[in-house]
Design a protein around this ligand. Structure first.
Ligand SMILES: O=C(O)CCC(=O)C(=O)O
Length: 289
């Protein structure tokens, strides 16, 4: 296992065994049921992001979008007290839940995720935002665990646009020193917490084991969006208020000194995969393409 990371220094940390095995088992059963129901689905869908090659007799789902809106278990998980305690220790008492996504890397064809910083997708007035990664399976280098560049959250927000000015949700691979990357290996039930400006990615799944990682995004209540992807979950003040999961809402934005590039994107992209597939350069081979 890689080291646990120090959030302030490295931009990530890990809490081992945060989610009990019975909860993980129930979530996995829910995911299996949902994937089974994807057999009848094709194209754009509110819940399913499908891998290329998805078919009724070979369902290939790469992401469940906002599973908390479709299942009570995921809804409760986003509000779980010990997870919120870990978040509070890093970004303060007043916490908004932004949205969740369950990224599934299936054996043999799980899509990679190119190097990026989440802040490039949704810049805010301050950077007290983080993603909690909840491992539903053991996540290792072989099945495509998260890779991070420790300390990169203290550097600039890099350009996530292609040469033609389109936001592609990925940085130029030449800007990433792969030798500095470290894996965040998790056992099922462990969680990772990574800073919104941390440079991260994940390789394709070359193993015979699935890697299902739920990523729940949270923000300090006084971090207000400067721009958001079209179709983002929290796009009105009422939606921001309604998404408080600990503490209280506020109408006072805390503005810290930072450079926050505004993504040049005008239409809902579907997902990070669709955006990144449109980039001219890639760090990882996409085994599914
Ligand atoms: O699923 C992964 O490995 C990383 C996903 C990610 O970084 C994202 O969806 O923003």
């Amino acid at each position: 296992m890689a080291d646990e990371g120090d959030y302030g220094r490295d931009g990530y940390t890990v809490v081992r065994g945060a989610i009990p095995p019975d909860v993980v088992a129930r979530l996995r059963a829910t995911v299996d049921r949902l994937v089974e129901s994807s057999r009848t689905v094709s194209g754009d869908h509110a819940l399913f992001d499908l891998e290329p090659g998805h078919a009724a007799d070979d369902p290939r789902v790469r992401r469940l979008k906002q599973p908390e809106l479709h299942d009570e278990g995921f809804f409760e998980l986003a509000r779980r007290a010990n997870v919120l305690d870990a978040i509070e220790a890093l970004i303060g008492h007043d916490i908004r839940f932004q949205s969740g996504k369950l990224n599934m890397k299936s054996p043999r064809f799980g899509s990679p995720v190119e190097w990026h910083q989440d802040f490039a997708f949704y810049p805010h007035t301050n950077d007290d935002l983080l993603a909690v990664g909840i491992a539903l399976d053991d996540a290792t280098v072989e099945n495509g665990c998260l890779l991070v560049v420790p300390g990169s959250h203290r550097g600039p927000v890099l350009d996530h646009h292609d040469d033609d000015g389109r936001f592609v949700g990925a940085v130029d691979p030449a800007l990433v020193d792969g030798a500095q990357a470290v894996p965040i290996e998790l056992a099922a039930g462990d969680i990772s917490l990574h800073h919104v400006r941390l440079l991260h990615a994940s390789a394709p799944n070359h193993s015979g084991r699935p890697r299902r990682l739920l990523l729940n995004m949270y923000a300090a209540a006084d971090a207000f969006p400067l721009a958001a992807l079209p179709g983002a979950a929290c796009d009105t003040l009422a939606a921001l208020d309604a998404s408080i999961v600990r503490g209280r809402s506020t109408r006072t934005a805390r503005c810290t000194e930072l450079l926050a590039p505004i993504p040049n994107i005008t239409a809902a992209p579907g997902s990070i995969y669709a955006l990144q597939e449109s980039a001219a350069r890639a760090s990882f081979d996409d085994v599914a393409r």
